[in-house]
Design a protein around this ligand. Sequence first.
Ligand SMILES: Nc1ncnc2c1ncn2[C@@H]1O[C@H](COP(=O)(O)OP(=O)(O)OP(=O)(O)O)[C@@H](O)[C@H]1O
Ligand SMILES: [Mg+2]
Length: 196
Amino acid sequence: MKEKSVFHEIKNQISVCDLYTEIIRKILNKKGIEDETLTRAIDNIKNSLSLIADCASSLREVRLQELSLANLIAGAIEICKAYKDITFVDEIPAATVIRADKNKFTSALVNIIKNAIEAGATEVKIYPRGNDILIENNGEPIPAEIREKIFTDGFTTKENGSGLGLMLTKKSLEEQGFNLSLDAATDVTIFNISHR
Ligand SMILES: Nc1ncnc2c1ncn2[C@@H]1O[C@H](COP(=O)(O)OP(=O)(O)OP(=O)(O)O)[C@@H](O)[C@H]1O
Ligand SMILES: [Mg+2]
């Protein structure tokens, strides 16, 4: 119950901050001020706010509903394009429906795609294999000796990484009735979201 109220308070304050960044943007527009540094700063604040919102949603319980997988993927891609505008190939049939938590499933996709972008991927491809959802990227492959460790709490190879991303993503997907694994059949990085 306490977690639920913390979640709501964080969400409320995020909305307030979001509103103020829009107000600042409008005032700059109105005054005809074009400043690349300011624009980028506002974009970064908005990105950070959406990341905080993702974290906050882990505080509330899972809410499963029938959702269009294509819509979930489109939403995640939209968010990720703000990090870096790489190529996305989405081969999931438009009619695919899954039972998931909208925000938590979106966060899971964003986490996986963000890692791909951070690994230097220029293309992320999302496609079905049976009932599984595969997310493949052409970034720097994961070295064989760390493939076992990537889902471990705190494991990171990045200077500013927390090593929480995949651990939390896997846990969140499990709570929604999925498994998350790395496809073992190839060196190419392919994450597999399967039904439990
Ligand atoms: N798509 C990928 N390509 C290459 N390496 C990856 C990929 N995804 C994950 N990794 C490796 O797995 C490690 C753990 O990933 P994880 O997302 O858990 O933490 P992180 O990205 O390092 O930090 P953060 O907490 O900010 O997400 C990464 O540091 C990286 O070495
Ligand atoms: Mg990560």
